[in-house]
Ligand binder design. Sequence first.
Ligand SMILES: [Zn+2]
Ligand SMILES: [Zn+2]
Length: 370
Amino acid sequence: MNTAKATVLENFNAPLATRDYPLPQPEPGAALVRTEMAGICGTDVHLWKGELPIALPVILGHETVGHIEQLGPGLDKDWSGQPLTIGDRVTWTSATSCGKCYYCAEKKQPTRCPNRRAYGIGYRCDEPPHFLGGYAEFHYLQPGVNVFKLPDDLPTESVIGAGCALITAIHGVERTGIQWRDTVVVQGAGPVGISALAVAKTAGAAKTIVIGGPANRLEMARRFGADHTFDIAEIKTPKERIDIVRELTGGYGADAVLECVGSPPAVVEGMEMCRDGGRYLVLGHYCNAGPVSFNPHVITRKQLHVIGSWSSEPRHMKGAIEFLRSTHNQFPFRDMITHRFDLNHCNEALATTASWQCAKSVIIPRLARA
Ligand SMILES: [Zn+2]
Ligand SMILES: [Zn+2]
């Protein structure tokens, strides 16, 4: 086979197009992977709508699992040092940092590396090696990629069901330093909120409160062990929601509040849900949703720690794989996948994600049609 199919974002807000591109031969340190499953992330909807500045055309998809088809010379081990061979089932970090710049080498903030580019977001597909996104029959892994061999007892559905939300949440929760017996509020019940809940619980959170919607997402939060869930469609005002959190925390507020919403007013509300001296994580604002007015006096008076977290590092992917494997009975990430589509139905898959009909849609290039 010399060419393969990809689904391509050529114009914002327009249907994705199916294109054939020549398959690349792996150069030293690279690999060609046959896509098994590609997740659709909420970010893909933002990209499709043109809400983030990217150069088109692009093959979307930055949460992908596949099988190694060809290995370039020199790529014989994964990020953890396990041997790699043809046929291995692997995943990889969507972005790679340079390891040499001020932020990578000196300040140890590799997610802020200015040389970072992400598969499925930051590469044009009209030039070789073309296949740098998940919505395609094949995915090319460039030299320097952080690739991870998946253990046989970890289903692909778990890895993609967790998707980039889990590694984002692991990084964010790590920065909050949640401690044993902490009370934790999660604002938002989307994939990042559900993941943050799971990570906070394993970090030691004793009581967890999830505030979000709609009802099916809150039901998922309860399956993931949320002690209390509140629907913002039913408890409509910030004051009521803040009062509920205070009531459930002896009048003080939570030790940590994790914002996983991406809506600016949620930040103002969430800070008020913290106890004095508590920690507030702003995790959901991957897109620039604009400003909000608030009174900084709150931060001083409450002695708040306000924390930001951007994307994730390779070690978070390694941690996620071990976490998914060891907690699959407690956290049903594979059940997050509710809709499956083949490559010819990527537009339906994106529309399903955009309308919040589903917890998670995925692309399976070789999905057998009923
Ligand atoms: Zn994503
Ligand atoms: Zn760098």
